[in-house]
Design a protein around this ligand. Structure first.
Ligand code: NDP
Length: 385
């Protein structure tokens, strides 16, 4: 029987690549649910091609357009944020691919876990914001999260078959983004256009800017903490511009395992969909002979302060990562709209971390309140800058 997949955020970069994987592997997978926020045109096109049982358009205003287009094809159409969580109750979903960007993925991800769905998690922000809650719910509901993000997917693969063998440290690799080696003087002048040109990966706007500021690696460190139960001291970030080694695990006996491939998100996406098996794919193979030398260096935390801020949030815990994440989402929007400069991104995040109230053991409601309040504060800082 084919695995029935719900793709949440199917119109985004990860969602579109997941559909390419499913198209290639249509003997193994079928699409049960597709969702988008506002890109109704692409959602309709995807639905007509993949014939899911259900589609959800998160923006209520677009319901009529999507309904009208899909009504003749026996595809159910729902709209609104709540529908994203309600459809998790469908018994016909075997695996949820969570590829919605940002905080909005948190409530539907928790609904997927509550409904005991296997979750392939691409979204970073919900583990960053509420990692403790997600870990607790996955344990309670005996749900396994398979990370899609290439670094965590690499660590997950390195840990397969290791049982309780002691891990010494986890090394997350980073390409370094388009501004690797830039000093403050150069960073002051960089534009959103330049920041959106990632040297290796082709991704959505938010994650591309996060890569340029190194916040992406900071968010990934927090994610790794929750996924693999490692402390900040057991986590290291290593700049590796070729992005061939996706991450490494150091074991207590001195052995180091690394997972390698050409930088192509379809590899971790397919692995997460087919886990625990592996499927043959047509993806271009890594040729180390042709690749030549691989480079490694320490990250520059003086000029790329986001990384240090993320480690601070990880160490202090509570709702601080939630504040960091919300402030970062607003700062990235502000930078993309040219309201603030590149170097103001960490400044704004730090101001929010200092001024929004700290809660040591937050509940889901506390996270939602913290997220809302931080966004208001961050917007105030932008308006007054
Ligand atoms: P995109 O911006 O390309 O796509 C985001 C998706 O989420 C779209 O389908 C979008 O719909 C939907 N969406 C946006 N806002 C909302 C909302 N408020 N409610 C419901 N749906 C919403 O993002 P990416 O695909 O790049 O990234 C998705 C997640 O995966 C992020 O958390 C990112 O950090 C992570 N990730 C991405 C990687 C990549 O290679 N792109 C790699 C590793 C992790 P619409 O199109 O209609 O706006």
């Amino acid at each position: 029987m084919k695995k029935r997949i719900g793709i949440f955020g199917s119109t985004g970069s990860v969602g579109r690549q997941a559909l390419e994987v499913i198209k290639e592997q249509d003997d193994y997978f079928e699409v049960e649910v597709l969702t988008a926020y506002r890109n109704a045109t692409l959602l309709i096109r995807q639905a007509l091609e993949f014939k899911p049982n259900v589609v959800v358009i998160a923006d209520d205003n677009l319901y009529k357009q999507v309904f009208k287009a899909l009504d003749p094809y026996d595809i159910k159409v729902y709209s609104g944020d709540k529908a994203l969580s309600q459809v998790m109750e469908m018994e016909t979903i075997d695996l949820v691919l969570m590829a919605i960007v940002g905080f909005s993925a948190l409530v539907p991800t928790l609904a997927a876990i509550r409904n005991k769905k296997q979750v392939a998690l691409a979204n970073k922000e919900c583990l960053v914001v509420a990692g403790e809650l997600i870990r607790q719910q996955t344990l309670e509901n005996r749900v396994q999260i398979i990370p899609v993000d290439s670094e965590h997917n690499a660590v997950f693969q390195c840990l397969m078959g290791e049982g309780n063998n002691p891990v010494e440290k986890i090394v997350l690799t980073a390409s370094g983004g388009p501004f690797k080696g830039f000093d403050r003087k150069k960073l002051e002048k960089v534009t959103p256009r330049e920041a959106l040109k990632h040297p290796v990966w082709n991704m959505g706007q938010k994650v591309t800017i996060d890569s340029a500021t190194l916040m992406n690696k900071g968010l990934e460190a927090i994610e790794a903490h929750w996924l693999f139960d490692v402390s900040s001291l057991e986590l290291q970030i290593l700049i590796h511009p070729e992005s061939i080694i996706h991450s490494l695990v150091y074991f207590a006996d001195g052995s180091v395992k690394a997972q390698m491939s050409r930088p192509d998100m379809k590899i971790p996406i397919q692995f997460a969909l087919s886990y625990p098996g592996r499927l043959t794919s047509r993806i271009k193979r890594l040729d180390l002979n042709q690749q030549g030398i691989l480079h490694f260096e320490a990250p520059d935390v003086e000029n790329f302060r986001n990384l240090a801020l993320a480690f601070e949030a990880l160490e202090k815990g509570g709702n601080l990562s939630c504040i960091l994440n919300a402030a970062n989402e607003i700062a990235v929007q502000g930078f993309l709209r040219e309201r603030i400069g590149f170097l103001q991104i960490p400044e704004l995040i730090e101001r929010c971390m200092q001024s929004v109230g700290f809660i040591n053991e937050p509940s889901l409601e506390d996270y939602i309140e913290t997220d809302k309040f931080t966004r208001i504060k961050a917007n105030e800082f932008i308006n007054n800058s």
